[in-house]
Ligand binder design. Structure first.
Ligand SMILES: C[S@@+](CC[C@H](N)C(=O)[O-])C[C@H]1O[C@@H](n2cnc3c(N)ncnc32)[C@H](O)[C@@H]1O
Length: 270
């Protein structure tokens, strides 16, 4: 039957559930973060703060590691936070609920409690386009952390990341599109959008849009060092021998393959 619904009629529930399925893998992310923590801090981290937490999927998953693990998710927008309260927080056990907090606030302003590890993932901090603003954010994270704690961010790059093009990935019930709509090589300002096409429906366009600056690894490393982090280490993904990544990230050892497109982490130790 032909789908006659308007092109972008999409509920909040559909929007965030499609996003999480296409973009996030909380257990895998925790495995990577704890792997980095073990290398950088010599032990796993117990207390997590997730900046730009969106629906708080990761913050909620964090508590499932055991009673010693607690988390705080911070996001500006109550819409994803409310989605996360219903779909993630409410599904935790009574004990786990006591380990998780979700806070509505601006990461540049909220007063922070202590953490073993602060993360800003899926490139959310690219929203800060000037050096001053990015430095302000990094300094705020640094000032709020005790010595020996870790700040982990992810970033992406490569020639393909700077080209106007649309990439599609097939999932069981939908197609996910990552669309670079604009890239300015002078300012590195870039405009990306996420579209979805659920099976049997029309393409839902611009479901999420991002007006970012595509920061480079050396710029971010310099800034993290400038605000005081004593060691800043890039983590680069291993090869699956079929032209892709194997999901295992290791500390940079002076030489990596110059891939057309890559995702990496920066781990900054206070
Ligand atoms: C790309 S989503 C990231 C969601 C999730 N953390 C992930 O890894 O997929 C970016 C989130 O950052 C939030 N955000 C943007 N600016 C913010 C700020 N200054 N303080 C807190 N949250 C902010 C938005 O509301 C949005 O939910």
């Amino acid at each position: 039957m032909k789908d006659k619904r308007p092109l972008n009629l999409i509920t909040v529930n559909t929007k965030y559930s499609l996003y999480e399925e296409a973009v996030q893998n909380a257990p895998g992310e925790i495995e990577t973060l704890q792997h980095i923590s073990k290398i950088e801090r010599g032990k796993h981290s117990k207390v997590l703060r997730e900046d730009f937490c969106g629906t708080g999927l990761l913050a909620c998953e964090w508590a499932k590691q055991g009673t010693a693990f607690s988390s705080l998710g911070v996001d500006l927008d109550e819409v994803p936070l409310n989605y996360g309260m219903i779909h993630h927080f409410e599904k935790l056990s009574i004990k786990e609920k006591k380990q998780v907090q979700m806070l509505k606030g601006n990461v540049l302003e909220v007063p922070y409690s202590t953490a073993d590890m602060v993360v800003a993932l899926n490139f959310s901090y690219f929203i800060f386009k000037t050096r001053d603003l990015m430095k302000q954010y990094f300094k705020k994270v640094y000032d709020g952390l005790p010595a020996g704690s870790l700040f982990v961010i992810d970033l992406f790059g490569g020639v393909e990341a700077q080209s106007v093009c649309e990439e599609e990935t097939e999932h069981k019930d939908f197609i996910y599109y990552w669309d670079c709509q604009k890239f300015d090589p002078v300012t590195q300002e870039s405009f990306y959008a996420i579209h979805f096409r659920p099976k049997g429906r029309k393409k839902l366009v611009n479901v999420f849009t991002y007006d970012w600056r595509l920061w480079t690894m050396p710029e971010l490393r310099d800034l993290l060092q400038e605000v005081g982090f004593r060691r800043v280490t890039p983590y680069w993904e291993g090869d699956d021998d079929e032209g892709g990544g194997n999901g295992v990230f290791s500390p940079y050892k002076n030489e990596v393959e110059n891939c057309l497109s890559w995702v990496a982490y920066l781990a900054a130790l206070k």
